[in-house]
Write a protein that binds this ligand. Sequence first.
Ligand code: UT7
Length: 336
Amino acid sequence: MGCNEIRAGIVGVGTYVPERVLTNADMENMVATSDEWIRARTGIRERRVASAEEATSDLALVASRRALEDAGVSAGELDVIIVATNTPDMLFPATACLLQDKLGAAKAGAFDLLAGCTGFIYGIAVGAQFITAGTARTVLVVGAETLSRIVNWKDRSTCVLFGDGAGAVVLRRVPGDRGVISSVLRSDGGGGHLLHMPAGGSRQPASVETITANMHYVHMNGREVFKFAVRVMGEAADEVLHQAGMGREDIDFFIPHQANIRIIEHAARKIGLPMERVAVNVDRYGNTSTASIPLALEEALQRGKIADGDNVIMIGFGAGLTWGGLLVKWYDYKNR
Ligand code: UT7
């Protein structure tokens, strides 16, 4: 690294999950499933569900306020707000703009980022560029979802998987060799049909027919997405490391997207990391899409799993299809 190189890093983290817990036992009363099947196939025990009054921007607001407080930054200092979500409050305006208003972030530009469950990785990669380019000093990146609003609660193959939640981080320039070292963003739109919500856009506007045909729900070919996830997690890790001139042995902690414990364990084996150095929250929150990585990050920090200078790798995959990774040399902003 040249001594004048500017690096963006995480200087504040905040999360929020709704209060209501839906356990596997609750799911047994809703669809033909069992706690045993869900735990064995996914690792999920329970998930959170937003209240009727809560939309994505509300979850994002609590997480964002907590991240700002953690960073010691006021909303008025934000230059850019990026909300990665698959479940915006509405098609437009952007949920990021609704959040900007609720926060009172008077001078921030705000936009949504749609990259499936990889949205948080994309968001950090994009947000970091503003800082390294010198066009922004303070960027807020949020992953927030109310997936409970778009799952078909009668479809057991999807409704047991997802949960609601939000996580936010504040990005700023960090000193020395800390911060985002490398990032990899990938996509394959040819697999878009494997995980999508078919109606409600310009291709299939909402109509009585689309509603009757359940086209406003998540549709997923789970088996194909599983195979794709297992393939790209290891690839993304290798690419991120290659870009940084590092090897697998240099990774201190791994934060994978939380979709299925079997995918997480497979990726950890491939990368060669013991599970103590891998973040897992899928058991308690299910798949919270763009919120899963920041939720797991905050928990790892609270548990003291990440120390200053650690090389933390974050890998995501999801609808698009998209996948990507980040390598962050942790900056211990708490003890600066
Ligand atoms: O964020 C990215 C988004 N998504 C993912 O990462 C999901 C990736 N995929 C997966 O995690 C897994 O494919 C699932 C958890 C979705 C499914 O697990 P699987 O081991 O691939 O099961 P399967 O789809 O092959 O289904 C096996 C059986 C089927 O019955 P038959 O056809 O063998 O008789 C399903 O009908 O399990 C049945 N099944 C269920 N049984 C009880 C599907 N869902 C359920 C359920 N409870 N909830």
